[in-house]
Design a binder for this molecule. Structure first.
Ligand SMILES: [Zn+2]
Length: 292
């Protein structure tokens, strides 16, 4: 039976064979087989419409502390996408560390060559193409996800991002949990940083993210405390469906002493009945595609 709500419903794939990754149910079983904290205990999903209940994470700037984030994610059966620039004014993970992130089950995405905002940048195409090629050469796999450096983007960049071969580009738009979105303007639920209300409002207005602002007020009680906000979003998705997408900077988590806060939130996200734990590109391939 299809459950009605403000989010789209879709037909899940039939119960699959562990290891298949082209259908939602199969990915779910794969994650169950991978380790603790990931499964729901459901034996089959069937073809009935089910609420889309997804958690993903993404981490920007490729700082060496990304390894610590990835290990925490893996500990709780979670996953995510790490957006790595080739160079930055902060330390950047080396080749072996990038491979280690991949080995831990994380997706590697591009964050440009020089971490420069692309809006109005003459070298924007080069930043997109060259960073993708360098990461693909290192990893030996396709890099299909991009994250706009410093969160700056406008619609004029979308054709460039598509032409460079990316299938999604993540923004910093917050408080968005819906399954319908433009993959090259992928929104998030919130940044893992203790912003105060005024900052959230400023960001939303500056990014013309009025729907996110409205959701924050209407559904999440303008909550700022990270664990409480996470719980409100999880409860919302548990009853109405949606995508829970946390993003952040590992260097900021360390600088702000947020490691235990992060672990508490990840613990809370793990083991949610019915939730799928996906990378950003898996979200677009499997959920975004179904919802469009
Ligand atoms: Zn960045």
């Amino acid at each position: 039976m299809l459950r009605k709500g403000s989010f789209e419903t879709f037909a899940w794939a039939p119960a699959g064979v562990p290891g298949e990754r082209n259908e939602l149910g199969a990915v779910h079983f794969q994650r169950e087989a991978d380790g603790p904290g990931s499964g729901t205990g459901e034996a089959r999903c069937g073809r009935q419409g089910r609420l889309v209940q997804v958690a993903t994470t993404s981490w920007d700037d490729g700082h060496p502390f990304d390894l610590r984030v990835a290990e925490l994610l893996a500990k709780y059966g979670l996953t995510g996408t790490f957006y790595v620039p080739i160079t930055n004014d902060r330390p950047v993970v080396k080749a072996a560390e990038i491979r280690r992130l991949q080995h831990l089950g994380m997706e590697i995405g591009s964050h440009g060559v020089t971490h420069s905002p692309l809006v109005g940048l003459p070298a924007a195409r080069h930043e997109l193409v060259e960073s993708k090629a360098r990461l693909e050469e290192l990893l030996g796999t396709e890099v299909s996800s991009f994250c706009y450096p410093k969160g700056k983007f406008d619609r004029s960049l979308l054709p460039l991002v598509k032409e460079a071969g990316y299938r999604l580009a993540r923004t910093t738009a917050s408080f968005r949990v819906g399954v319908k979105f433009n993959p090259w303007m992928m929104p998030t639920s919130f940044q893992f940083y203790p912003h105060v209300r005024r900052t959230h409002i400023k960001h939303a207005l500056r990014g013309a993210n009025l729907s996110g602002l409205a959701s924050w007020v209407r559904f999440f009680g303008m909550e700022c405390e990270l664990l409480t906000l996470s719980e409100r979003i999880i409860e919302h998705i548990a009853s109405r469906g949606g995508i829970f997408h946390i993003w952040g900077h590992s260097w900021e988590i360390d600088a702000c002493g947020l490691w235990s806060a992060l672990e508490n939130v990840l613990k809370r996200i793990a083991n949610q009945p019915g939730f799928l734990y996906l990378t950003n590109s898996e979200v677009v391939q499997q959920v975004g595609g179904c919802a469009s």
